[in-house]
Ligand binder design. Structure first.
Ligand SMILES: Cc1cc2nc3c(=O)[nH]c(=O)nc-3n(C[C@H](O)[C@H](O)[C@H](O)COP(=O)(O)OP(=O)(O)OC[C@H]3O[C@@H](n4cnc5c(N)ncnc54)[C@H](O)[C@@H]3O)c2cc1C
Length: 181
């Protein structure tokens, strides 16, 4: 690669962070590596299951993305609004950033609206706020019936369901709550 290129990584989840760290490790310091995420922190998703039953506090499973700076990776907290491929630019809610190379690692989003009524009638453990909400609810409503809703028979959904059941069973054990599939 020629000198002084800017590589922009969109998304500061596990994929974006690993990509940025690897790029930084392999490229000379004359190249810029810049990561953009709308959140100021990285959250470790697998531990949401422990937040949900009170085994972890949210702050323990989150790390500030600005810590990347000490590894030579620039961090911008901003919402990516558009990628203008023909101009090699990313437009965020704050600025327009030029890039030479782009890594897109913005993950996937839950779309509960696809199932009418689901968003209003359920809690999600796909966000840290949702995991905290579940914890507060099952703590306050011991003896209640818990229904787990998941879609499809993809291996990921099945594995997650098994772990979810395991966590909840441990938590509600002895409190008289029942888990329904
Ligand atoms: C409860 C739970 C448990 C899990 N357990 C496991 C496990 O044990 N093992 C395993 O392998 N996987 C597990 N997974 C799946 C794993 O967490 C995901 O596969 C992984 O997080 C995907 O990483 P990613 O970086 O691709 O996407 P994400 O983690 O979704 O990161 C995407 C990032 O992009 C940012 N972003 C998105 N859109 C924009 C935008 N427009 N502007 C700016 N920033 C944006 C987001 O803020 C986010 O930080 C689990 C998931 C959950 C929910």
């Amino acid at each position: 690669m020629q000198k002084n290129k800017t590589i922009v990584v969109l998304g500061g989840g596990i994929s974006g962070i690993v990509a940025a760290r690897e790029l930084r490790r392999h490229l000379g310091l004359s190249h810029r590596v810049l990561l953009i995420d709308r959140q100021p922190v990285f959250s470790f998703f697998p531990s949401f299951l422990w937040v949900m039953i009170g085994w972890r506090l949210p702050e323990v499973i989150q790390k500030s993305l600005s810590l990347l700076e000490k590894h030579g990776i620039e961090f911008r907290q901003a919402v990516v609004e558009e990628i203008i491929f023909e101009k090699k630019q990313v437009r965020t809610n704050r600025e327009i950033i030029d890039y030479d190379y782009l890594v897109i690692a913005m993950g996937a989003e839950m779309f509960t609206e696809r199932v009418p009524g689901l968003a209003d009638a359920s809690f999600t453990f796909y966000t840290i706020a949702g995991a905290v909400e579940i914890y507060n609810n099952i703590k306050q409503n011991s003896g209640s019936r818990i229904a787990i809703v998941y879609r499809g028979c993809h291996i990921h959904a099945r594995l997650l369901h098994t772990r979810l059941r395991f966590s909840l069973t441990h938590f509600v054990n002895g409190e008289g709550s029942k888990i329904a599939k």
